[in-house]
Write a protein that binds this ligand. Sequence first.
Ligand SMILES: NC(=O)c1ccc[n+]([C@@H]2O[C@H](COP(=O)([O-])OP(=O)(O)OC[C@H]3O[C@@H](n4cnc5c(N)ncnc54)[C@H](O)[C@@H]3O)[C@@H](O)[C@H]2O)c1
Length: 304
Amino acid sequence: MQLDDIRRVLIIGSGTMGQQIGFHCAAGGYDVVYYDISQELLDNAVKRAKRLADRYVKANRLTPEAADEALKRIHTTKDPEEAGREADFISESIPEDPELKGRVFAQFNDICPEHTIFTTNTSSLKPSMFADATGRPEKFAAFHFHDVRITNVVDIMPHPGTSQETVLLIEAFAERIGLLPIMLKKENYGYVFNAMLMELFRAAQSLAAKGVASVEDIDRAWMGVMHTPMGPFGIMDSIGLDTVWKITDYWANKLQDKNALANAEFMKQYVDSGHLGAKTGQGFYRYPDPAYANPGFLEKKSKK
Ligand SMILES: NC(=O)c1ccc[n+]([C@@H]2O[C@H](COP(=O)([O-])OP(=O)(O)OC[C@H]3O[C@@H](n4cnc5c(N)ncnc54)[C@H](O)[C@@H]3O)[C@@H](O)[C@H]2O)c1
């Protein structure tokens, strides 16, 4: 299997991430099939892909003509046979459940040609948890996207049974569609960027939970030194405090880590009061005009 043999990309699960990944592949010249469990979800994915196409045009990432061509390359089906029989490359974005992912891959293992490469976009699982269930562990690895609207960084993470040929093929595929692949040499929870981000969150939450400094001053410290548009609490607001709390709480309990348990308690207060971040208009900051985005946030706030 060579890079040029990849013509059709199958997106399993056309939700938040699947529709983005599919559009990005279509923009890179590939035929794309969205597969999901209902036609309504598929129609919705196509609508969202159209909005994404507009964003690519506005950002000068595509001409209007190229965006139209990309949309024409996207097809949808809820029939697994139709979805899988001519697929050369799969990107899976279904819910974060290793059993479900394993079951769906096993189903496609029976349908897809032998050469088809299987990839998962999982955020928090290791591919080895369901590699055997795919029926083709050597042709399977994690190929993890962030938000394609803001970054071209992707993680490529093999499990111990992934063949080197598969890793190189996914890397070449990523580069062909303009992505910046970060190559993991072994499995790691959180890949590379998320692993670093979680450590930043952990430190920031601890500083606030222990009352060492205010949320605003913790963000100011990060933004002021690193010259970034937001600090750790601003980033947590943009992700959603429910999501951040869930991850913090899961690891705190799994590792029985006292500091992390206190951090989870600190986050839970916000979740319990319905302050989930930018999506609810209130998190650590108020939206749509969070204080950290105002000019002057980094000037000394004096007598507050
Ligand atoms: N949301 C993010 O920011 C993000 C970022 C990177 C990775 N991920 C990962 O991507 C995956 C999907 O996340 P999401 O946020 O896109 O979820 P989502 O809930 O928006 O979409 C999941 C889709 O999968 C479909 N689905 C469920 N069961 C299915 C089945 N048996 N067959 C086919 N489709 C099925 C659902 O109908 C839905 O459309 C998860 O593994 C998640 O960890 C998410």
